[in-house]
Design a binder for this molecule. Structure first.
Ligand code: UGA
Length: 346
C-alpha cells in the first residue's frame, strides 16, 4: 500500500514544493490542509492529492481524523518571518508552539510518525561553526529581544517531541532548515515591506526599482539551500529507509553556499541583469544601509554567521546539496520573471 502523507500548511513554501516532488517522483497519497491554494493550483486535479481548505485552529476534527488515517505527519504551519517575531511575538507563540503542540499530542495518541520542522534559528547566536545537532549550545538573547520567541517556541517543541520520543511514545524526526530559498518563498510581486525573507525582499526591491536595504551593513552571513535539494532530503526522511531517521535531529542546509548579505545583494543584481528586459536594473537599484532597530524594531537581534554541520544528513540520508547559490538564484529568478509575464498576459 502506498504511503499516506499528511501535510498541514500544504500551500506554503515547503508544503507546495514537497507536494509537487512527491506526486512526480513517488506513488504516495497526500492529504493536505491550508487556508490558501494559490501555490498548489496545478496539483488539485491529481487523484493522489487530497486538499481541503481549512485552518489548524478551527478544523481540528479533520486534522485528528487524518492523523489517525495517515502514516506520517508534517505540521508545516508556522510564522517564519523575522519581522513578525518582533511585531507580533504572541502570534508566533500561539501558532508555532501552542497550535502545533496539539498536533504533536494527536500524533502521540495515534502513535504516528511526526516529521517536525525545527529551525536553524534554535542555535540562535551560538558561536560554534558549524552547528552540530548533538553538541552545539542553543543561545538566545535577553527577553526584550523578542526576535527569539520563534527560536524558543521551536526549541521547546523540539524538546517536547524529543521527550515523548525518548520514552517510546512518539516516532519522530526533527529536521532543521537553514535558509531554504526558491520559487514560492514569498510573493515578490505583492510585497509586504520588510516582511519577507531576505532573498525575496531583495528580489522584490529589484523588480520594483526600490532600494535594497542592508540591515546593519550586510556583513552578516547565511548559508542558503536551494529548495529542490532541500526537498530531496525531506523525501528521504519521509521514506526513512531502515528507520535511519527515527529519533534523529538533522540539519538540512548547505555549508557550501555561504554568503554575506552584502555579497548576496550584488550576486542577485548580477543575475537579474542577465534576463532580457532587466539589463539596466543596476542603475535603478540603490543599495542602502539601515540599522536593525530601524528596520525591524527594538526587539531585533541578529547573528554573525550560521553554518550547518551536515554529517547526519550525509550519513543517515546519503544526501548532500548539489545546487550552488548562483544556479539556485538563477532558477528562482527565472520562475519569478516567468510568473510576471504570465500575470501580464492574463
Ligand atoms: C530565517 C527565518 O527565521 C526563518 O525563515 C527560518 O526559520 C530561518 O531563518 C531559516 O530559514 O534558516 P533569517 O536568516 O534572519 O531567519 O532570515 P532573513 O529574513 O532571510 O534574513 C537574513 C539576513 O538578511 C538577516 O541578517 C537580516 O537582517 C538581513 N536582511 C533581511 C537584510 O539585510 N535586508 C532585508 O531586506 C531583509
Amino acid at each position: 500500500m502506498s504511503l499516506k502523507v499528511l501535510i498541514l500548511g500544504v500551500n506554503g513554501f515547503i508544503g507546495s514544493n514537497l507536494s509537487t516532488h512527491i506526486l512526480a517522483e513517488r506513488d504516495w497519497e497526500i492529504y493536505g490542509m491550508d487556508i490558501g491554494r494559490g501555490k498548489i493550483r496545478d496539483l488539485l486535479d491529481n487523484p493522489r492529492f487530497h486538499y481541503v481548505e481549512g485552518d489548524i485552529n478551527i478544523n481540528k476534527e479533520w486534522i485528528e481524523y487524518h492523523i489517525k488515517k495517515c502514516d506520517v505527519v508534517l505540521p508545516l504551519v508556522a510564522i517564519a518571518t523575522p519581522a513578525t517575531y518582533v511585531t507580533d511575538p504572541l502570534a508566533v507563540f500561539e501558532l508555532d508552539f501552542e497550535a502545533n503542540l496539539e498536533i504533536v499530542r494527536h500524533c502521540v495518541k495515534y502513535k504516528k510518525r511526526i516529521l517536525f520542522p525545527s529551525t536553524s534559528e534554535v542555535y540562535g547566536m551560538s558561536t560554534d561553526s558549524p552547528y552540530d545537532e548533538e553538541s552545539s549550545n542553543l543561545v538566545t538573547g535577553p527577553i526584550h529581544k523578542e526576535r527569539w520567541i520563534y527560536s524558543c517556541s521551536k526549541q521547546l517543541l523540539d524538546r517536547v517531541i524529543y521527550a515523548y520520543g525518548s520514552r517510546g511514545a512518539l516516532p519522530f524526526t526533527l529536521f532543521r532548515p537553514f535558509n531554504w530559498f526558491g520559487p514560492g518563498l514569498d510573493n515578490v510581486w505583492e510585497p509586504k515591506e520588510g516582511s519577507s525573507r531576505v532573498i525575496t525582499q531583495f528580489l522584490s526591491a529589484i523588480f520594483h526599482s526600490r532600494d535594497i536595504t542592508l540591515v546593519n551593513g550586510g556583513e552578516q552571513k547565511r548559508c542558503f539551500l536551494y529548495i529542490d535539494d532541500a526537498i530531496e532530503a525531506l523525501i528521504r526522511i519521509i521514506e526513512n529507509k531502515d528507520g535511519l531517521a527515527d529519533g534523529r535531529i538533522i540539519n538540512i542546509g548547505s555549508p557550501y553556499n555561504e554568503s554575506s548579505i552584502k555579497e548576496l545583494a550584488e550576486t542577485m543584481i548580477e543575475i537579474v541583469e542577465e534576463f532580457s528586459g532587466y539589463e539596466n536594473i543596476r542603475n535603478q537599484t540603490k543599495v542602502n544601509v539601515v540599522g536593525g532597530k530601524e528596520f525591524y524594531g527594538a526587539g531585533y537581534q541578529d547573528l554573525v554567521s550560521r553554518v550547518p554541520l551536515i554529517d547526519n544528513a550525509k550519513s543517515l540520508l546519503g544526501w548532500e546539496p548539489s545546487t550552488d547559490l548562483k544556479s539556485g538564484l538563477r532558477q528562482m529568478i527565472d520562475f519569478y520573471v516567468q510568473s510576471k509575464s504570465e500575470a501580464d498576459v492574463l
